[in-house]
Design a protein around this ligand. Structure first.
Ligand code: AAT
Length: 278
């Protein structure tokens, strides 16, 4: 009898699935918000799932975390105050803290247990959590942004789960309007916006809603992400009082330490597939 263990996330509505070969289940708990599971995979390092959906693996998370942070940060002329909504595994936070001009990063994650479990099982992603510029709040990001004072942040990053349950409101027009209000002039919003192949309509909606919410130049970045549905993912950017071309090219060229993002990729990632052209 085979003793092989595979973790499978089924995308029922698409008739497809992702499987990773597992060595061991390392941890399983029910937090007040969701089921958190940690697996040791055969070839992708440690894996975290929330309610049975893949959140992060050691091997491929750099794609998502770099592309959810650096395009937005190098679009802003001088990012000092950054807000991360979600992002409990702290991978996005680590990337944001690589930017020396950033003075403060506020992370508002709904579920404190995600961060505590990440600290234990993803120490590399959490290696900057002790940075004096990082502040952690465990609360609902929607309420947080609605209550923020006008012009409080330079960059807002929505590193959230899929648009179901508590994250559904993070894809709504009034949430983007609240982000617009909480951003200073020349502020940049970036929100994870799912798979171009499977959720093209959602990407179009994100772009439309950000435009309706008052953002001046809206488009998306596209990048590979093996462990998310279809292996192809997106983030949608809204610029407040900035042109689509806004980019600190020299700073991006001088930036080192990334595995995917670089100045050329900044442009390449913004080239939309034909079926998503405006
Ligand atoms: N860094 C990649 C991992 C994530 S996890 C997204 C986080 O968003 C989760 O920890 C979840 O607890 C948190 N979250 C969900 N809703 C809210 C909310 N309303 N306020 C604050 N935090 C929230 C992204 C995964 C992408 C999934 C792709 N299939």
């Amino acid at each position: 009898m085979s003793t092989e263990l595979w973790y499978t996330e089924r995308y029922e509505e698409h008739g497809a699935a992702l499987s990773l070969k597992i060595r061991e289940v390392l941890h399983r708990e029910q937090s007040p918000h969701q089921t958190i599971e940690i697996f040791e995979t055969e070839r992708f390092g440690t894996l975290m799932t929330l309610d049975g959906l893949v959140m992060v693996t050691d091997r491929d998370n750099f794609l998502y975390h770099e592309m959810m942070s650096h395009p937005a940060l190098f679009t802003h002329p001088a990012p000092k105050r950054v807000l991360i909504i979600g992002g409990g595994d702290c991978g996005t936070l680590r990337e944001v803290l690589r930017h020396r001009e950033v003075e403060e990063v506020v992370q508002v994650e709904l579920d404190e247990r995600v961060t505590r479990v990440a600290e234990r099982f993803f120490p590399a992603l959490c290696e900057k959590n002790g940075d004096a510029r990082a502040r952690f709040h465990f609360a609902d990001g929607i309420t947080w942004v609605k209550e923020a004072e006008a012009g409080r942040y330079d960059v807002i990053i929505v590193d959230s789960t899929d648009p179901v349950g508590p994250a559904a409101g993070l894809f709504a027009m009034d949430f983007y309007a609240a982000c617009h209000h909480a951003l200073a002039d020349r502020g940049v919003l970036v929100a994870q916006s799912e798979s171009p192949l499977l959720h093209a309509e959602l990407i179009r909606q994100c772009q439309q809603r950000m435009t309706e919410a008052g953002f001046d130049a809206v488009n998306s970045v596209y990048f590979p992400q093996f462990c998310y549905p279809s292996g192809w993912w997106s983030g949608t950017l809204g610029r407040k009082g900035l042109a689509m071309e806004a980019f600190r090219a020299a700073d991006a060229q001088a930036f080192t330490g990334t595995q995917y993002y670089h100045a050329g990729m900044h442009h390449a990632a913004q080239v939309a597939p034909a079926f998503l052209l405006p």
